[in-house]
Design a protein around this ligand. Structure first.
Ligand code: ADP
Ligand code: MG
Length: 378
């Protein structure tokens, strides 16, 4: 009876989740850094309520500007790592229940994406380590009933090429430097099967029997990201980092199989090209990042609009994420912002990018209600 009640509770939970909408957007304002304070930067953001943030355009002379308001599913200024995770940890249960989940951080370099996704030690731990802890905690609760297998992979997308961060396979123009490592033949091509499930050729996956094993894998991947960036004479903030955790559960009595996954992405910095980077590699990098983030924005917009065509194919980033965005998947976008007056323009761009998804959601809801009244759904 207890188990039935539990199953019912979960079904109810997921129904409520679906009603809330499958795309959630959280805004997070990091604190001013010491350096920004030293440079006499002011904080141009203000928390209006737990879902609204205001951005004050710096005054020109003695003329103050009207602040702009932005609405999200949640706003943290900056909130603790525990508070942020508390608002999204139900997505871990969703993955166990067989849903595909994507959690990603968008924002300019230095806005707090890596802090939000990975963070530091102890209380400073971010979304990924907390997701791991929560995942294995939940699995333990069900281990009598369900046999779980956790598989993880980690890759980065740099200049439109995927790199396996566990084996260093793939990557732009890197033939095997060390025996057994990257060769051109081992390009990590993205394929989708007839069910729309994403498969990445040659990407290695490792089984992680414990939370510790998965944490170690994460650590290894993150170190490799830095190594790769240095080799490419770039910075790790110029690539998209994608950690995929696959959760497969087989019911020990019925043999019923459920398979879900969690995609955790620390996206490349969204800042616009600096005037000093008008040519060379930095420019190529910036153009590719811009293309990928634009493609992501277009996909999100199509999803919240309910468009018949979702342009997943426009970029490798959206191809890789396609089975975790839209459909029955659950998506959480963290919009990381700097509150510093010197970053005002970038923060405004970031918030506008994000509300493109949110504002439309509201419209869709309203439209659907209006539609439902006049004509029943076919
Ligand atoms: P990004 O990954 O977007 O480039 P980081 O996550 O590296 O940015 O954050 C830049 C700096 O700001 C780091 O020193 C980080 O520790 C700090 N920081 C970011 N968000 C927070 C926060 N919520 N609270 C405290 N410090 C933060
Ligand atoms: Mg970062």
């Amino acid at each position: 009876a207890l188990r039935q009640a539990d199953a019912f509770r979960r079904r109810l939970h997921n129904t409520l989740e679906d009603l809330r909408g499958s795309i959630r957007v959280f805004c997070r304002m990091r604190p001013l850094s010491q350096r920004e304070k030293d440079l006499k930067n002011t904080d141009v953001s203000q928390l209006v309520d737990s879902m609204t943030v205001e951005l004050q355009r710096p005054a020109v002379g003695s003329f103050p500007n009207e602040p702009d308001q932005f609405n999200f599913d949640a706003v943290f200024k900056p909130g603790t790592q525990a508070e942020v995770f508390d608002t999204c940890k139900d997505l871990v249960q969703s993955a166990i229940d067989g849903y595909n989940v994507a959690m990603f951080a968008y924002g300019q370099t230095g806005a707090g994406k890596t802090y939000t996704m990975y963070g530091g030690k102890g209380d400073g731990e971010g979304t990924a380590p907390r997701t791991i802890a929560e995942l294995y905690r939940l699995l333990k609760q069900e281990e009598d009933r369900v046999q779980f297998t956790i598989m993880a992979s980690m890759m980065e997308l740099y200049r439109n090429e995927l790199v396996d961060l566990l084996t260093q396979k793939g990557g732009p123009k890197r033939k095997s430097q060390t025996p057994g490592s990257a060769t051109v033949e081992q390009k990590l091509n993205v394929r989708t099967d007839q069910n729309g499930a994403v498969q990445i050729e040659h990407l290695s996956e490792e089984e992680c029997k414990t939370a510790q094993a998965l944490s170690d894998l994460l650590e290894r991947g993150n170190q490799m990201r830095t190594v790769c960036a240095t080799k490419m004479n770039s910075e790790s903030s110029r690539s998209h980092l994608i950690l995929t955790i696959r959760v497969v559960g087989v019911n020990k009595q019925t043999g019923q199989k459920l398979s879900g996954k969690i995609l955790l992405c620390d996206l490349a910095g969204s800042e616009r090209l600096k005037k000093s980077d008008v040519s060379g590699e930095a420019q190529k990098e910036a153009i590719e990042i811009n293309k990928s983030l634009t493609a992501l924005g277009d996909v999100m917009e199509a999803l919240v609009k309910g468009s018949a065509h979702v342009p997943y194919k426009n970029h490798k980033l959206t191809q890789v994420m396609s089975d975790a965005l839209g459909g029955t998947s659950k998506t959480l976008m963290f919009v990381n912002c700097s509150p510093a007056s010197s970053n005002f323009e970038e923060t405004l761009m970031t918030l506008k990018f994000a509300t493109r998804a949110k504002n439309i959601t509201n419209d869709v809801k309203r439209k659907m209600i209006a539609k439902g009244k006049s004509m029943p759904k076919a």
